[in-house]
Design a protein around this ligand. Structure first.
Ligand SMILES: Cc1ncc(COP(=O)(O)O)c(C=O)c1O
Length: 437
């Protein structure tokens, strides 16, 4: 908070396409896609029109016990994304809630199925699923959540697989340990395990930590055989981020619960959805006195404006992906990260998959490290603003998340601006590094 108070604040007054404009008229490429949400750019005419049209109908009406046409249509379109395998949609208003809902639905399902002892949840090390208590419990975000550990229900954590890829070249890839740990949990306590939860292919908030292709399918198959739910958290990876509408479809996996948010509404308005199957849905049916209903409601769940803009965004996303434009930007991003950073003396590792990237910064002398209070990533991010780029650090790593609609030229600008920010900051910090041990 001291840093926040002491450093110049950036006020975004307006935005167009992939560019943010501050109150002084300076422009910045939106290198965080407005916290990983933006799909078609800011001020997209079709999304704006959908919003205005919905505004002429109704701005908000509840989904508690009644419905509205935009939510009903969107639910059908989302089910279609899963080939009809996940036909049931529970709307909410942010990614954490989408995951909380999946967890609670899974817990309640096992109770209704006469197996209340199935309560354990297993996630991946480094997993991030949100900041509410349930999502903190099943996540493993170290510093973000440690302080709240005494209040969190216990969960198991399987070591995340190792995979390092950039521009299609794989430096390391190994899921053996991870799958062996999952096998051990399922062999010992499948009858007490409710669900396995993971972010497919890329764990964003862990620092764009990647998984080998096929890993999600291998986990899904194990869950299916053991009778354990699989919850896929595609809050970050959905809606074009990895070059397809969902990462799970590329992996050929239909989970028991699919959590969507962020890009779902194009980055315009809070909206989230938890998709599940008819079979799971039907377990919640019964006479009133049986109390099988799922009690979970947020005031603005499935807001009509959000649903309308989500439908417009989804309608544009499919042709955008099919046009090959996103694939071209992905290729350019990978090549740019290779040419600017793989041989940079201050970069220990570069990761890129789809429109996600990370560079890990270290002193040139690999026997030294930077003290945490130097806030190297933060300093680099501030310097990037001078080169027309808004970007966010995670410790001494820089996370790269352009809007899905970004052009090859725009990601070239991103890489150039980030490189210039490294050159501004890092030479002056070499002498501040301390011995590793
Ligand atoms: C994979 C994943 N799940 C859940 C969340 C939480 O979403 P929200 O911030 O909308 O609550 C995030 C946010 O970054 C995320 O990356």
């Amino acid at each position: 908070m001291r840093e926040y108070l002491d450093h110049p604040r950036l006020h975004v007054a307006r935005a167009k396409g992939c560019w943010l404009f501050d109150t002084d008229g300076n422009r910045y490429f939106d290198g965080t896609a407005s916290l990983w949400t933006n799909v078609h750019g800011h001020g997209d005419p079709d999304l704006d029109a959908a919003l205005r049209n919905q505004l002429d109908q109704v701005a908000h009406t509840t989904l508690l016990g009644i419905n509205h046409p935009s939510a009903a249509a969107l639910a059908g379109e989302l089910a279609h994304l899963t080939g009809g395998k996940l036909n049931r949609c529970f709307f909410s208003d942010n990614g954490s809630n989408a995951v909380e809902i999946a967890l609670k639905l899974s817990f309640q399902y096992w109770q209704l199925a006469g197996k209340p002892e199935k309560r354990v949840v297993a996630g991946l090390t480094g997993g991030y699923h949100g900041d509410t208590f349930g999502t903190m419990a099943v996540g493993d975000s170290g510093g973000f959540h440690e302080r709240f550990a005494p209040w969190l229900f216990p969960a198991k954590h399987i070591p995340a697989p190792v995979h390092v890829e950039c521009a299609g070249k794989v430096a390391h890839s190994d899921a053996t340990q991870s799958l062996a740990a999952l096998d051990a949990i399922l062999a010992a306590e499948a009858d007490r395990t409710a669900s396995v939860i993971l972010e497919p292919r890329v764990q964003g908030a862990a620092g764009m930590v990647q998984q080998p292709p096929g890993f999600v399918a291998a986990v899904a198959e194990r869950c299916r055989r053991a009778g354990v739910h699989l919850i896929l958290d595609e809050v970050f990876t959905g809606f074009g981020r990895l070059g397809a509408v969902t990462a799970s479809s590329v992996e050929g996996v239909a989970p028991d619960f699919l959590c969507l948010a962020k890009g779902l509404s194009g980055g315009y308005i809070p909206l989230a959805a938890t998709l599940t199957s008819d079979a799971i849905h039907d377990a919640f049916l019964g006479r009133f006195s049986q109390q099988r209903a799922f009690y979970h409601g947020h005031t603005f769940s499935g807001n009509p404006l959000a649903c309308a803009v989500a439908r417009a965004s989804l309608a544009k996303l499919r042709p955008l992906l099919a046009s090959g434009r996103v694939a071209e930007t992905i290729t350019t991003l990978g090549n740019q990260l290779v040419s600017h950073f793989t041989t940079h003396p201050n970069v220990a590792e570069v990761r890129q998959l789809g429109l996600t990237g990370a560079i890990d910064l270290v002193p040139r002398d690999r026997n030294r490290r930077w003290p945490a209070d130097l806030r190297v990533g933060f300093q680099v991010s501030l310097a990037a603003r001078k080169h027309g780029l808004v970007i966010r650090p995670l410790g001494d790593s820089i996370l790269i998340v352009p809007p899905i609609v970004a052009t090859p030229d725009e990601v070239r600008h991103l890489a150039r601006a980030l490189h210039a920010a490294l050159d501004d900051i890092l030479p002056g910090l070499e002498s501040a590094a301390v011995p590793l041990h």
